[in-house]
Design a protein around this ligand. Structure first.
Ligand SMILES: Nc1nc2c(c(=O)[nH]1)N[C@H]1C(S)=C(S)[C@@H](COP(=O)(O)O)O[C@H]1N2
Ligand SMILES: [Mo]
Length: 326
């Protein structure tokens, strides 16, 4: 077998090169479940997962043209991994729970209300959002603050298209994204881990940056519920939690919005939350990460890149102390 030099400096072969894919995927899941103390539940969980997909509204094909200028060359994460290892606390705090629980989310009809400092407030349904601008496919890295990452071919268009459409007043300096919080559809909304609804926000220039993606699909189809159907935002140079799922309201504001994670733990989660290997989380290092499906459980982690590798955004933060504005 050919051993290639590794782009991340790891000189051991990836588990994917020494073991057939289905075997190492199985093994990885097994190890994760041993760690979680849930081995006996493996087969049951697999079944529940398949069943949940069968119960959710079927995904629809979306035609989107790949935007190579905005696509990472990294190998995309397997669809199965991207849809079964999720953070979506409205459906439970365990990584496996959203895949099993999110079939109760009703994604049509669905509207997004756009309000605040705009000249043309409007409520758009999903069909209008799908038609608002040409759909592009963009392969983005997404890095969670917990130290793992994935590579996902998203479908959508720059959020700046929305900004153009609603025409801002001169007072708009920030944007706030609000996720649905409906206890009837979302079992996790009964818990007190976060103040519901889930709220996130960006500075206006961040929201206007072409990389910020109004996201309506992934892997050539509409979003699976566990990934934030029917519409979410993806901000690839920030930690995953900035990328709010299942959005029902977008508000343009004069003042910086309070965000759900910042309210929950202000010393741990700031407003900016740019991926930055030099600024540690108070409880762990952010210097390295594990790529889901590639870097095995006992594998040396790969280095995290400044702004998750999206160096284009650096001018947005010129002159700012990124330790202070974490
Ligand atoms: N509404 C809502 N949005 C959310 C979250 C959440 O719990 N609720 N989790 C965030 C976190 S921590 C991450 S890492 C990403 C995960 O997105 P993915 O499951 O599509 O990979 O979604 C983010 N968006
Ligand atoms: Mo995350």
């Amino acid at each position: 077998m050919l051993i290639k030099p590794k782009p991340n400096g790891i000189d051991l072969p990836y588990p994917s090169e020494i073991t057939p894919q289905h075997v190492y995927e199985q093994r990885r899941r097994f190890i994760a479940q041993v760690a979680a103390g849930a081995v006996a539940g493996t087969a049951l969980w697999e079944m529940a997962n398949r069943e949940a997909f069968a119960q959710a509204a079927p995904l629809q094909k979306l035609s989107a043209k790949l935007n190579p200028a905005y696509s990472a060359l990294d190998k995309p994460t397997a669809f199965k991994d991207a849809t079964s290892y999720n953070n979506f606390y409205e459906f439970g705090t365990d990584k496996s729970e959203p895949a099993v629980n999110a079939h109760t989310l009703k994604t049509r009809p669905w509207t997004v209300s756009i309000e605040g400092e705009v000249k043309k407030p409007m409520t758009l349904d999903i069909d209008s959002l799908l038609k608002l601008a040409p759909l592009e496919e963009r392969v983005y890295r997404l890095r969670c603050v917990e130290g793992w990452s994935m590579v996902i071919p998203w479908v959508g268009y720059s959020f700046s298209e929305i900004i153009k459409k609603v025409e801002l007043t001169g007072n708009a300096k920030y944007v706030e994204f609000t996720s649905l919080a409906d206890r009837a559809q979302m079992p996790g909304v009964g818990s007190r881990v976060l103040n519901w609804p889930y709220v996130e926000g960006l500075r206006l220039d961040e929201a206007n940056h072409p990389l910020t993606l109004l996201t309506l699909g992934m892997y050539g189809q509409t979003l699976p519920n566990q990934n934030g159907a029917p519409v979410r935002v993806i901000v690839p140079w920030k930690y995953g939690f900035k990328s709010a799922k299942s959005i029902v309201k977008i508000r343009f504001l004069k003042e910086q919005p309070r965000t759900a994670w910042n309210l929950a733990a202000p010393s741990e989660y700031g407003f900016y939350s740019n991926v930055n290997p030099q600024v540690d989380h108070p409880r762990w290092s952010q210097a390295t990460e594990r790529r889901i499906g590639e870097d095995g459980f006992f594998h040396k982690k790969r280095a995290t890149l400044m702004f998750n590798g999206y160096a284009d955004v650096a001018p947005l933060y010129a002159g700012m102390d990124l330790k202070k504005f974490y």
